[in-house]
Design a protein around this ligand. Structure first.
Ligand code: NAD
Length: 263
């Protein structure tokens, strides 16, 4: 039975109703999990208001700002989890960032600063959040992150984010090995292309989606809810034997070799 009743799930990465994290949060909630939300704060407090309104139907018992580059915010997020929940069962890491300039054109021109930013936010943050989550996962736990095929194959314009996803996927394996003895599982979902705020920054995202719609075995791309369903499975006891894995939720696109489209 897929039942997350009694499980505390902290979900990062909701920016709006297109966010993959929103699809995941809805499905975790549907399965009975107690939901906590973190959001990326901005100076005018717009993100806080927008995300708070969106997640209201899930009645989150925790709602905190957490910029993963801000050590104080990371610490206070997990201090709040400890204070309000006592234990953490599920951590959803569903965030990434690279400068728009680095997501188009020639990869060789990636700047040192752009490379560092992309890797810090999109890959290192999984290690940092996992370290903070570990002492709170006293009854074992499940950590899940989101990756993309551009981390294992060259996808036009994905550029530095592909390097970040390669690092992220290797983080998953090292973290799974490290945290396994504490019964903490670490996995990734490699989602097919979906139109979101983050993906809109990647040059030619609509072309990528159209390409997938033509050649993927299911002849379409996936929805946030489908990713949320797979995430719920991976975070549940049904996946108790699964760790260190990358699960493709991409309508089958990853298996295809001859991917020429009809003109
Ligand atoms: P999104 O824009 O809705 O989500 C990205 C999130 O990252 C936002 O909520 C943003 O606030 C957050 N973020 C950025 N910098 C941050 C920081 N410093 N601290 C905390 N949060 C920060 O876009 P999305 O497509 O839902 O992206 C979620 C994840 O899914 C990302 O890891 C992305 O790479 C991955 N992914 C997306 C697709 C796609 O096609 N959309 C495909 C595969 C994987």
């Amino acid at each position: 039975m897929l039942d997350l009743t009694g499980k505390n799930a902290l979900v990062t990465g909701i920016a709006n109703n297109r966010s993959i994290a929103w699809g995941i949060a809805q499905q975790l909630h549907k399965a009975g999990a107690n939901i906590g939300i973190t959001y990326l704060p901005d100076e005018k407090g717009r993100a806080e208001k927008k995300v708070a309104e969106l997640v209201e139907p899930l009645q989150p018992s925790l709602f905190v700002p957490c910029n993963v580059q801000d050590e104080a915010q990371v610490e206070s997020t997990f201090a709040t989890v400890k204070e309000k929940w006592g234990k953490l069962d599920i951590l959803i890491h569903c965030l990434a960032f690279a400068n728009k300039d680095d997501l188009t054109g020639s990869f060789v021109n990636t700047s040192r600063a752009g490379f560092t930013t992309a890797l810090d936010i999109s890959a290192y943050s999984l290690v940092r959040l996992s370290a903070a989550a570990k002492p709170l996962m006293t009854e074992g736990g499940s950590i899940l992150t989101l990756t993309y095929l551009g981390g294992v194959r060259v996808i036009p314009n994905y550029n530095v984010m592909g390097i970040a996803k390669a690092a992220l996927e290797m983080n998953v394996r090292y973290l799974a090995a490290d945290l396994g003895p504490d019964n903490i599982r670490v996995n990734a979902i490699s989602a097919g292309p979906i139109r979101t705020l983050a993906s809109s920054a990647v040059g030619g995202i609509l072309d990528m989606i159209h390409h997938v719609e033509q050649v993927a075995p299911l002849r379409r791309t996936v929805t946030q809810i489908e990713v949320g369903n797979a995430a719920t499975f991976l975070c549940s006891d049904l996946a108790s034997g699964v760790t260190g894995q990358v699960l493709y939720v991409d309508a089958g696109y990853e298996i295809m070799g001859m991917t020429e489209t009809k003109s």
